[in-house]
Design a protein around this ligand. Structure first.
Ligand SMILES: Cc1cc2nc3c(=O)[nH]c(=O)nc-3n(C[C@H](O)[C@H](O)[C@H](O)COP(=O)(O)O)c2cc1C
Length: 136
């Protein structure tokens, strides 16, 4: 089982309908591709984990990278995992705010709470901790 985690910036602030459209498409494609994961959205930035077969997540990540709804993708981490961390989600989703993130150990140190903060980029385990915290 392989996984990858990236962060990105929305081209503009997305409304609920736009986010739901992304999620609906993601869930149907990921179900077909046997991909699971979690997507967090906060004030214009995304953080997402994809897990599944290596080729499947690479192809999906390449497609996501071409999507004009966001830009500046930064791949934080990719690797192998013994078992899925998000087995129940074709794509879990949470819109989070600063208070939600402040409850996560380590996240409170992130300066402005954006997923593209240098502190997250330097410490990708914080990203995974945050994603797992919303896996419920
Ligand atoms: C932040 C973000 C996350 C996305 N996540 C996924 C995903 O997990 N799986 C997926 O298939 N598409 C995802 N997409 C959508 C893809 O970029 C792309 O629009 C879609 O897969 C194309 O599907 P189609 O070729 O069937 O139209 C995401 C898009 C954005 C902006």
């Amino acid at each position: 089982m392989h996984y990858l985690v990236y962060v990105s910036t929305a081209r503009h602030l997305l409304n609920e309908a736009e986010l739901m459209a992304i999620l609906e498409k993601s869930r149907s494609r990921n179900t077909a591709d046997n991909i699971t994961g979690m997507l967090l959205y906060k004030g214009g930035s995304f953080m997402q984990v994809l897990e599944g077969r290596a080729e499947a997540i690479e192809m999906t990540y390449a497609r996501i990278g071409q999507d004009p709804r966001h830009e500046g993708l930064i791949l934080l981490r990719k690797g192998k995992t013994e078992k899925r961390n998000f087995p129940g989600w074709s794509m879990g989703y949470r819109a989070v705010n600063a208070d939600d993130l402040a409850k996560i150990p380590g996240f409170v140190h992130i300066k402005n709470g954006r997923f593209t903060d240098q502190a997250i980029i330097d410490n990708p385990h914080i990203a995974m901790t945050a994603l797992k915290a919303f896996n419920a």
